[in-house]
Design a protein around this ligand. Structure first.
Ligand code: NAD
Ligand code: IPM
Ligand code: MN
Length: 360
């Protein structure tokens, strides 16, 4: 039976990195007989330009039908002036919310070949393997009321609402504990329960769920300390579970531990394990069109898609091994370049991974 993947390249470097990821996916498809069929759709600025909205009905309808979604990145200065509800990023948030992709997995793994590319000392990051589990469809990103209003004194005020229901916390907790069982069985929940009531409840529910997992160790940390610990001693963490905004921020910080944000893939899963896969980085307008973008985060997102949603662990491993082989060859896009390695373009990097998958 064939499996359908909806490809949403997005904006700026989105189409550049996606072209390389699709190359690699096609090669894995052929090599392992996966029977995957690709369709293309519009999301973000590309959709706004074409259809007048950042998430067209057609894209959402296709997204509901397919087995998995592969996304590049959306947004950029071209659409800075558009109304808030039409911003490209709103399209991304809407598709996550509509599909209830509440569980965002962001694995920060250091490829040993890149120890020298991290901004931290190699001994701090060597062997790094942490998994950030970010709640993706709730919290301050979606809380109502929200907006900008004019006060009686004529001054304007911007406001958002940070809230989490028990059921929202429970389901992300279960996901984190289940994933921890397949790793080092340690979950660290990141909150700000010394200040925010929403996260007092978050911590309580984490404790409740933990009683169902006596074999998994649960600890708690405030988000400010978590940021500090991540750059001081990141290897102390196994699974970190946190809300939408804290997870957004901490995962960009964790990305730098691995050498570059261009290395960090992600999976966004619903309750049934269906998912959307995308790099953690954005559309990098500053380097778009120059062949400088690192396609590896998107290529590694393909591997996550094969593992988590398309049940093809062998093909996933082949792609991850191919990335490692290419790094062994000393090939680097500029973001992960260090002394003694060879700078290659986005396309050359994709071609090298493709060749390594074909040779697997
Ligand atoms: P960004 O992640 O696009 O870029 C931050 C920095 O990292 C830039 O210097 C960029 O050149 C570099 N970078 C990012 N990806 C890279 C890659 N693959 N290879 C090499 N270098 C890379 O973040 P930003 O500049 O804050 O945001 C730009 C736009 O992207 C904004 O519109 C933002 O809203 C959007 N964005 C989208 C997503 C998404 O689609 N998932 C995620 C984050 C930001
Ligand atoms: C990410 C991005 C998005 C987020 C933006 C573009 C809406 O930063 O995927 O990390 O904040 O979730
Ligand atoms: Mn982000």
């Amino acid at each position: 039976m064939s499996k359908k993947v909806l490809v949403l390249p997005g904006d700026y470097i989105g189409p550049e990195i996606m072209a390389e990821a699709v190359k690699v996916l096609d090669a894995a498809n052929a090599r392992f007989g996966l029977g995957i069929e690709l369709e293309y759709g519009l999301l973000g600025g590309a959709a706004l330009d074409e259809c007048g909205v950042p998430l067209p009905d057609e894209t959402l309808a296709r997204a509901r039908e397919v087995d998995a979604i592969l996304l590049g990145a959306v947004g950029g200065p071209k659409w800075d002036g558009v109304e808030r509800h039409l911003r490209p990023e709103r399209g991304l948030l809407a598709i996550r919310s509509e599909l209830q992709l509440f569980g965002n997995l962001r694995p920060a793994i250091l490829y040993p070949q890149l120890a020298g590319a991290s901004s931290l000392k190699p001994e701090i990051v060597a062997g790094l393997d942490i998994l950030i589990v970010r709640e993706l469809t709730g919290g301050i990103y979606f809380g109502e009321p929200r907006g900008i209003r004019t006060l009686e004194n004529g001054e304007r005020e911007g406001y958002n609402t940070y809230k989490y229901s028990e059921s929202e916390v429970r389901r992300i907790a279960h996901l984190a504990f289940d994933l921890a069982r397949k790793r080092d069985s340690r979950v660290c929940s990141v909150d700000k329960s010394n200040v925010l009531e929403a996260t007092v409840l978050w911590r309580e529910v984490m404790e409740e769920v933990a009683t169902e997992y006596p074999d998994v160790e649960l600890s708690h940390i405030y988000v400010d300390n978590a940021a500090m610990q991540l750059v001081m001693n990141p290897k102390q963490f196994d699974v970190m579970v946190t809300g939408n905004m804290f997870g957004d921020i901490l995962s960009d910080a964790a990305a730098m531990l691995t050498g570059s944000i261009g290395m960090l893939p992600s999976a966004s899963l619903d309750q049934a394990g269906r998912g959307m896969y995308e790099p953690c980085h954005g559309s990098a307008p500053d380097i778009a069109g120059q062949g400088k973008a690192n396609p590896l985060a998107t290529i590694l997102s393909v591997a996550m898609m094969l593992r988590y949603t398309l049940a093809s662990p062998e093909a996933a491993a082949a792609i991850e091994d191919a990335v490692s082989a290419v790094l062994d060859q000393g090939l680097r896009t500029p973001d992960i370049h260090s002394e003694g390695t060879t700078v290659v373009s986005t396309t050359e990097m994709g071609d090298a991974v493709l060749a390594a998958v074909q040779a697997a």
